[in-house]
Every structure is written in C-alpha cells, then in structure tokens.
Design a protein. Structure first.
Length: 97
C-alpha cells in the first residue's frame, strides 16, 4: 500500500480507518454514526450508506476495502432494525387510538 517514497496517500489512510471502524459495527446506521464521529462525511445512494466524501470525490466503501459480504450483513441487519422500528411505531399509534 505504501508508495515508493514510503508515505501513505489520503485514500490509503482513509481506507485503513474505515476498515477498522467497519469491523466493529453491526449495522449501516452504526457505521455512519461512527464515521461522522471521525469527522468523515458519509454519502448515501438509494437511501443506503454507500461511501465517504474525500474532498470533492466520493469513494465507495468497497473501494476503501470493506468486504462485500460484510456490507451485505450490515445491510441485512439495518433492514431488520428498520422493520422493528416501524412495527414499534405502529404499536404506539394503535395504543394511542
């Protein structure tokens, strides 16, 4: 990963950080929150976390080294959590009536 002169590029530094953070996360929402805590700006595609802004460039999570199978697991867990939240909201509305 190191260049000839022995210095990591911004993309390579970002890649190392994102991989480290992604390993500890369970859902896409948690990953986005942790990235924001690191002062990174996530970007979304079709309402799903897809990558990170690096200046004026958008870098996808897979380009930064996050494994596709891990992203699928995060996406699946996120959808499960979203469905649970919507069910809870429906129950609350029904109780209020």
């Amino acid at each position: 990963m190191k260049k000839v002169r022995g210095v990591l590029s911004e993309k390579e530094k970002l890649s190392l950080l994102v991989k480290k953070v992604a390993k500890k996360c369970v859902s896409l929402e948690e990953l986005a929150t942790k990235l924001r805590e690191q002062q990174l700006k996530p970007y979304y595609r079709k309402e799903l976390l897809s990558g990170i802004w690096l200046g004026k460039r958008k870098l996808r999570l897979t380009t930064l080294g996050v494994d596709k199978s891990h992203l699928k697991a995060l996406t699946k867990e996120q959808k499960r959590l979203d469905s649970l939240r919507s069910k809870q909201q429906n129950l609350r509305r029904d109780r209020e009536r």
